[in-house]
Design a protein around this ligand. Structure first.
Ligand code: FAD
Ligand code: SF4
Length: 489
């Protein structure tokens, strides 16, 4: 029997096909049936799979099956270790030859060396990031010091949006041109939706993100030329009319395996070396990839499969509202949330600050259940792979792990949103008001959250200022009572 290299949907670039062996690709609706999934995500995955099969021609076999186990039974397979517990169990059960995972800057063996002897409490991204910088010689001087004297330029990178601007006025990125493969995908999605095979959420707009290596390289070229030079200063800023700001929008391209993170980092370093990108922004971008992305990947394995369902340090049990599950922006009055949910509805994507400080922060303030919130993010976002969501949602956004991923809850009121976005001007609520009909649900929700979480977070020195503010609040009881009964947001 001929050995085939099984390529999962996250292994569609050249990095995963290095030996010119026969290839097996599997198209299954199982993943889309697990939870309501954004149509744009289903479209992107299927389009990328079918494009890859077409590129590989006779060397590839594309199998359509209700689930992977059916498609793989009785075959002789080799596979690069896949990206979820579920998939890893399956390939081992089937006896496939498993090669070490790829698609990250550091290997699982590297991380195992690094983490040996460290407790959960000493798992700090910044320490890991410095280690990777040194090990890889990225932005390091020949003497082993960080270029420019500092490892992090975050302090220079956190500017609000330019005053009076409605966009950053950066060139529009080239959108992929849909072809007959995309049309075929659309017809299949229509059919599955019509016969009830899957429940899709979100709009079925033209494909926005790359599905092929060629499209991925164009997106990378354009980011390096147009956005990297201003990535740093506006990394944390948000404007209503600029959905991408200076972000790369490369997460799904990396997560599909179409780009190797090392080549993305190298391109950023080349731009810096050629004087086309400043040090602060280059360092900030490189940190996202070799720091945060690798860090979240390793923590997914290190913290174990039950991490998502086992952790609920803040006792958050509120079910997600229909407005979230249906991506119904019209049901939401808070302009910041309305805009971000609208963006997710339109393309299954929002940038990091919208995810963390609007969606994640809201879920934290309102006590949304961590496991359900993780499910929601995973289905609603085009880049929502199983490994990336748990630590970003349960750990970083909801502080449900009690402080393993983030040393304090990322809770913020309306004043932060007012400073870093242009949302509040167009809102019926007022970010400065915490009581009454115009009370901002983020501002009032922030105090109500602190009141609720106080018994758990009291011992955290990074929360002492916030809790001191809470203690001084003259109308604390009224604000808490108001938020307990809030129906308008
Ligand atoms: P950029 O701002 O251009 O950053 C460059 C790259 O760095 C990203 O493409 C991504 O690959 C990587 N990166 C940066 N931060 C992180 C991080 N915290 N975790 C992992 N990678 C990171 N990222 C996903 O890839 N898939 C997700 O489903 C996802 N869900 C998230 C949910 C929440 C609640 C939060 C707070 C973060 C989530 N992230 C996720 C991380 C991050 O928000 C996205 O990677 C980023 O916004 C994608 O946009 P970009 O490509 O323009 O990123
Ligand atoms: Fe959001 Fe409050 Fe600002 Fe309205 S006032 S946009 S709810 S932060």
């Amino acid at each position: 029997m001929v050995t085939q290299r099984l390529l999962f949907g996250e292994q569609l670039g050249p990095l995963f096909d290095d030996e010119q062996v026969p290839v097996l690709l599997v198209e299954s609706t199982a993943a889309f049936r697990r939870r309501p999934t954004h149509r744009a995500k289903a479209h992107l995955y299927l389009s990328a799979l079918r494009h890859r099969a077409a590129e590989l021609g006779d060397r590839a076999e594309l199998v359509r099956a209700p689930d992977f186990a059916t498609a793989l039974a009785g075959r002789d397979l080799e596979v690069v270790d896949p990206v979820s517990y579920r998939a890893r169990r399956l390939v081992r059960r089937l006896g496939a030859e498993v090669l070490p995972s790829r698609g990250f800057v550091t290997s699982e063996a590297d991380f195992a060396d690094w983490v040996r002897g460290r407790t959960d409490a000493s798992l700090v991204m910044d320490t890991f990031y410095r280690w990777v910088r040194g090990r890889e010689g990225i932005l390091m001087s020949p003497a082993g010091k960080p270029v420019g004297g500092r490892f992090s330029y975050d302090a220079d990178n956190r500017q609000p949006p330019p005053k009076g601007a409605t966009t950053l006025q950066l060139p529009e990125p080239t959108l992929p041109v849909e072809d007959e493969i995309d049309q075929g995908v659309r017809r299949d999605l229509d059919a599955w939706q019509a016969d009830g095979t899957v429940t899709f959420i979100g709009a079925d707009g033209p494909r926005v993100f790359p599905a092929t290596r060629a499209e991925a390289l164009t997106a990378l070229d354009e980011f390096i030329a147009d956005r990297l030079p201003v990535f740093g200063p506006y990394e944390d800023a948000t404007l209503t009319d600029d959905w991408r700001m200076a972000h790369s929008a490369l997460s799904m391209t990396l997560n599909l395996g179409l780009l190797d993170p090392r080549e993305v980092v190298q391109r950023a370093l080349d731009a810096y070396a050629a004087g086309r990108a400043p040090l602060a922004g280059t360092e900030g971008f490189v940190r996202q990839i070799i720091g945060w992305r690798d860090w979240m990947w390793h923590l997914y394995w290190h913290l174990g499969e039950p991490y998502t369902t086992r952790n609920n340090a803040l006792h958050a049990t509120t079910r997600l509202p229909d407005a979230f599950w249906e991506l119904d922006a019209d049901a939401i009055q808070a302009n910041c949330l309305r805009q971000v949910i609208g963006s997710v509805h339109e393309r299954g994507w929002a940038h990091h600050i919208q995810r963390l400080m609007m969606l994640g922060n809201w879920a934290l303030l309102r006590g949304y259940d961590p496991a359900e919130t993780t499910e929601w993010f995973t289905g609603a976002f085009v880049d929502g792979t199983p490994w990336v969501m748990p630590t970003n949602v349960v750990g970083m956004s909801l502080h449900a792990d009690g402080g393993i991923v983030a040393t304090k809850p990322y809770a913020a009121g309306g004043s932060y949103i007012n400073r870093m976005t242009d949302y509040c001007g167009g809102c019926r609520f007022d970010p400065k008001v915490r009581l009454g009909p115009t009370a901002c649900p983020f501002t009032a929700g922030y105090w109500a959250f602190l009141d609720r979480a106080e018994p758990v977070i009291r011992g955290n020195p990074r929360m002492s200022r916030a809790l001191a503010g809470l203690a001084r609040l003259s109308d604390r009881a009224e604000v808490v009572e108001q938020e307990r009964h809030r129906t308008e947001w």
